[in-house]
Design a protein around this ligand. Structure first.
Ligand code: NAP
Length: 284
């Protein structure tokens, strides 16, 4: 298949480009080549490339900055998501979109399924939810994958920040009262490769919203400890409460995503997040 990846220089975009290029004809465009908030540019590029599938990895992901810049976050995460999906619909391309666990408020005590009520706590979460709605409205054929705690060896993410801080500080203080599941970009790319091994008609039949996550649950603090131990670093990680590390954007206290719908639709077993971390560290 011919694939177009937008936001292709981000951490997920890079991992998808690397993995999917082994089986497909992939064109990746970064922010400089396509600004998804520009509807005309989206339409023109998709008309020119004529992809079978468009994977939209472009997003405004600065969660805290979005609180004081909601207009830009909305233009990219909501309007931009709709622009890409509308251009897909106009040119018979199948849109694959990525969303977030931050559409939930974190008051649940069991892993979230796709039908659970959303209630974002932050501007980022609100604009990502509006993006999901824009995709559904623009293209009846679509897949939306909600992801959580994405990390890898590319770009900026918690895992890389912890490794950098560990080289500079003897002790790290990390919040221990937010629960979620870290997801290695390499594993997410593998899961999307499985999706794209299906014929186009099958993708259309399986249209809809999916939670896509590794298995297990942890906290940022225990994730940081696992990173230190996996990397062979002696740096101590001290557990702190969210109240001791105030941020402009409020995060859900619990944002575990249940991937059972994805596993059933694509006949794949979920990977353990700790195994993903091992693969990520080994790929450094
Ligand atoms: N990171 C996480 O923990 C996480 C968790 C859940 C869901 N997700 C979702 O997963 C997807 C991929 O995220 P990621 O972690 O790969 O993010 P990322 O590393 O920040 O990549 C996003 C990319 O989008 C580009 N971009 C920003 N504005 C754009 C625009 N107007 N037009 C085109 N490109 C634009 C950025 O380029 P510039 O930097 O040059 O602007 C960047 O390369 C996003 O939908 C995100 O919401 C991420």
């Amino acid at each position: 298949m011919k694939l177009l990846i937008t936001g292709a220089r981000g951490q997920l975009g890079l991992a998808l480009q690397r993995r999917l290029s082994t089986a497909h004809d992939v064109v990746g465009v970064g922010h400089a080549e396509l600004d998804i908030s520009d509807a005309v540019a989206c339409e023109r590029l998709i008309a020119q490339i004529r992809p079978d599938v468009v994977l939209n990895c472009a997003a405004y992901t600065a969660v805290d900055k979005a609180e004081t810049d909601p207009t830009t976050a909305f233009a990219i995460n909501a309007t931009g998501a709709g622009n890409v999906a509308a251009a897909c619909a106009a040119h018979r391309a199948f849109p694959i979109h990525f969303s977030t666990d931050y559409v939930f408020d974190g008051n649940a005590t069991r892993a979230y399924v796709e039908t659970n009520q959303t209630n974002p706590l932050s501007v980022y979460g609100q604009t990502k939810l509006q993006g999901e709605q824009a995709v559904v409205a623009a293209s009846p054929a679509h897949m939306i994958f909600r992801l959580s705690w994405v990390y890898g060896n590319d770009g900026a993410n918690f895992y890389k920040t912890m490794l950098r801080f560990a080289a500079e500080r003897p002790t790290l203080r990390v919040v221990a009262d937010q629960f979620g599941v870290p997801n290695y970009t390499g594993d997410l790319a593998e899961a999307i490769a499985t999706v794209l091994s299906r014929p186009r008609a099958e993708l259309e039949r399986l249209s809809g919203l999916y939670h896509l996550s590794a298995v297990g649950v942890t906290t940022w603090c225990d994730f940081a400890r696992a990173i230190m131990s996996g990397a062979g670093l002696a740096t101590q990680v001290e557990a702190i409460a969210t109240t001791e590390y105030p941020t402009p954007a409020k995060r859900p206290a619990f944002s575990v995503l249940d991937s059972a719908k994805f596993a059933a639709a694509f006949a794949v077993a979920g990977v353990l997040w700790r195994d993903g971390l091992e693969r990520c560290l080994a790929a450094r």
